[in-house]
Design a protein around this ligand. Structure first.
Ligand SMILES: NC(=O)c1ccc[n+]([C@@H]2O[C@H](COP(=O)([O-])OP(=O)(O)OC[C@H]3O[C@@H](n4cnc5c(N)ncnc54)[C@H](O)[C@@H]3O)[C@@H](O)[C@H]2O)c1
Ligand SMILES: N[C@@H](CC=O)C(=O)O
Length: 465
C-alpha cells in the first residue's frame, strides 16, 4: 500500500500520512462516479441547489478548521487562508443559484409544422485536477458548477495539499450530497493521470495547474474526445502609467504580488512603469516591501510564508541570480532562508530594477515573491512588453485616463484585466486565460457551460388547422 506524507512547508513537520489510491481503486471510483450519474442528473435543480447551500453552510461553520488545514499544508498565511475559504465558499454559493438557471430556448423553425427546442444536459462524470496554491478555491470552483450542472465529480488534489480536499468532500457528504456523486482520489498526478484521460467513462477533465501538464492532458484526452477546460500558468504584466494614482498603484501591486508569497497564477510578474515615475514608484514600493514579515503562516502577523518546495525555490533563485548577472539591481530583499534537511524554503520579498526583457524573470512564470521592474516611454511599447509572452491569463494597468484605459483593454492579450484593480477575481466573473494560459472559463454564468452539452430536438408534423 503506497503512502503519501503531507508536511508543513514552513516547519517541515509531517502533518499526516495518507494512503494513495491504487490503480484499481482509481478505476473503481471512476466506475462508481459514472454509475451515479443518471440519478444525480435527474434530481431536480432545486434539490441540487439546496444540497449545495447546505455544503456552503458547513464550509462556513468549519472555516477556521479549513483555514488551519490550508495554512498547515501550503504555508499560506492564516489571514489569507481565511480569505481563501470565503472565496471557495463564494463559488458554492454562486453555483447553488445557477443550478436553478440552466435554461433552454426555442428557435423559430423554417416551416409552419416544425418547432426546434434546445436543452442543456450534463456532460457526465467530471474529474477536477487542482494545484496546491489554492487548495480549497480551485476545488470548489470546479466541483460546485459540475454538481450544479448535474455531473458527478471526482476531485484530484495536488500531492502537497490533499487534506483540504478530504475535509471539503467530508463536508459535502455531511450536507447530503451522495458519496458516489462527489468523491476524491489521492495520488501522484503523473502516475494516475492516464487512468483519467484513458477512461471512456470520464467525459470531462477540468484542470488547473502548469501549462506543461495541461498540454499533456489535452493531448491525452483527444483519444476519447473529452471536454477539457484548462486553467494554466500566467505571467501577468502590471503597467503603471505616468498619470496613475501612485500610492494606490503601489498598494495594489503589493497586495496582488505578495499573496501566497507570489505563488498565484495571476500575480503580477512583470511591473512596467512609465520612466517618468519609476524612481518614485520604486522607492514607495521598496518601503512597503521591506516592512513585510516573513515566517510561519500559522502565526497571525505573518505576511509571507515559505515557497512550496525545492523545485519552486530553485526556479526563483535562478531567476534572481540570472537577472543580477545580466545587470539587474537589487532594490530590497534577496535573502534566502532554507533548510534542505527539513525541506523548508523561504525567500525574502525582493524587488529588482533595471530589468530587461532578455532576462528569464521576464520570460518564465516566477511563482515567488519577486518583483522585477522595467520601464516604458510610450504606451505601445508597454503593450509590446506586456504581450511578449506565450501566456495570457491576467494583466493589470493603472491609469485614470479613460481613453488610454480602453486602448489598453482592447490591446492586451489576456483573459482577466484589472484596471486600477489588483484583485479582479470573483466567483461571479468568468476567470480564464488566452494563448497558453488556457481554455474555457471558471466562474460566472460561463463557468457552468463547460459541464453542459447542448442538445436540440426538431419536432415536426404538427397538427395543422
Ligand atoms: N489559471 C489558473 O486559474 C491557475 C490557478 C492556480 C494555479 N495555476 C498554475 O498552476 C501551476 C502551479 O501548480 P502545480 O505546481 O501544482 O502544477 P502542476 O501542473 O505540477 O500540478 C497540478 C495538478 O496536476 C496534477 N498532475 C501532474 N501531472 C499530471 C498528469 N500527468 N496527469 C494528471 N494530473 C497531473 C498534480 O498532481 C496536481 O494535482 C502554476 O503554473 C500556476 O500558474 C493556474
Ligand atoms: N489566484 C487565482 C487562482 C490562481 O492561482 C484566483 O484569483 O482565482
Amino acid at each position: 500500500m503506497a503512502m503519501m506524507e503531507v508536511s508543513n512547508p514552513a516547519t517541515g513537520e509531517v502533518i499526516e500520512v495518507l494512503k494513495t489510491d491504487s490503480e484499481n481503486e482509481v478505476l473503481e471510483k471512476i466506475r462508481r462516479g459514472h454509475a451515479a450519474q443518471s440519478d444525480w442528473k435527474r434530481l431536480d435543480a432545486h434539490e441540487k441547489s439546496r444540497l449545495l447551500k447546505e455544503w456552503s453552510r458547513l464550509v462556513e461553520d468549519n472555516k477556521e478548521a479549513l483555514a488551519n488545514i490550508i495554512t498547515s499544508e501550503s504555508g499560506k498565511p492564516i489571514r489569507e487562508s481565511i480569505g481563501e475559504v470565503a472565496y471557495a465558499k463564494s463559488y458554492i454559493d454562486w453555483y447553488a443559484e445557477e443550478a436553478k438557471r440552466i435554461y433552454g430556448r426555442t428557435i423559430p423553425a423554417n416551416s409552419a409544422n416544425k418547432e426546434i427546442l434546445i436543452a442543456k444536459q450534463p456532460v457526465g462524470l467530471a474529474i477536477g485536477i487542482a494545484p496546491w496554491n489554492f487548495p480549497a478555491a480551485m476545488i470548489t470552483r470546479k466541483a460546485a458548477p459540475a454538481l450544479a450542472a448535474g455531473c458527478t465529480f471526482i476531485a484530484k488534489p495536488a500531492e502537497e495539499t490533499p487534506l483540504t480536499t478530504v475535509k471539503l468532500v467530508e463536508l459535502a457528504l455531511e450536507a447530503g450530497i451522495p458519496e458516489d456523486v462527489f468523491q476524491y482520489i489521492n495520488g501522484y498526478g503523473h502516475e494516475i493521470g492516464h487512468l483519467f484521460t484513458g477512461s471512456e467513462l470520464v467525459r470531462k477533465i477540468s484542470f488547473t495547474g502548469s501549462t506543461e501538464v495541461g498540454k499533456k492532458l489535452i493531448q491525452a484526452s483527444a483519444n476519447t474526445v473529452k471536454h477539457v477546460s484548462m486553467e494554466l500558468g500566467g505571467h501577468a504584466p502590471l503597467i503603471v502609467n505616468a498619470d496613475a494614482d501612485l500610492d494606490f498603484a503601489v498598494d495594489q501591486t503589493l497586495a496582488a504580488k505578495f499573496r501566497n508569497a507570489g505563488q498565484t497564477c495571476i500575480c503580477p510578474n512583470r511591473v512596467i512603469v512609465h520612466e517618468s515615475i519609476e524612481a518614485a514608484f520604486t522607492e514607495k514600493l521598496r518601503e512597503k516591501v521591506a516592512a513585510l514579515k516573513m515566517g510561519n503562516g500559522l502565526e497571525a502577523d505573518t505576511d509571507i510564508g515559505p515557497v512550496i518546495n525545492e523545485e519552486g525555490y530553485n526556479k526563483i533563485y535562478n531567476q534572481i541570480r540570472e537577472a543580477e548577472s545580466k545587470g539587474a539591481t537589487v532594490v530590497c530583499g534577496n535573502a534566502f532562508d532554507t533548510d534542505p534537511e527539513k525541506q523548508t524554503y523561504f525567500i525574502e520579498p525582493t524587488v529588482l530594477s533595471n530589468v530587461s526583457e532578455d532576462m528569464l524573470i521576464m520570460q518564465e512564470e516566477t511563482f515567488g515573491p519577486v518583483i522585477p521592474i522595467t520601464t516604458f516611454n510610450s504606451i505601445d511599447r508597454a503593450i509590446e512588453i506586456a504581450n511578449g509572452t506565450p501566456y495570457g491569463l491576467a494583466a493589470y494597468f493603472f491609469t485614470n485616463d479613460y481613453r488610454l484605459g480602453k486602448y489598453l483593454h482592447e490591446n492586451l492579450e489576456f483573459g482577466v484585466i484589472g484596471w486600477n484593480d489588483g484583485a479582479p477575481s470573483a466567483a461571479h466573473a468568468p476567470f480564464g486565460g488566452m494563448k497558453e494560459s488556457g481554455l474555457g472559463r471558471e466562474g460566472g454564468i460561463e463557468g457552468i457551460e463547460g459541464y453542459l452539452e447542448t442538445k436540440y430536438i426538431s419536432i415536426g408534423n404538427h397538427i395543422q388547422k
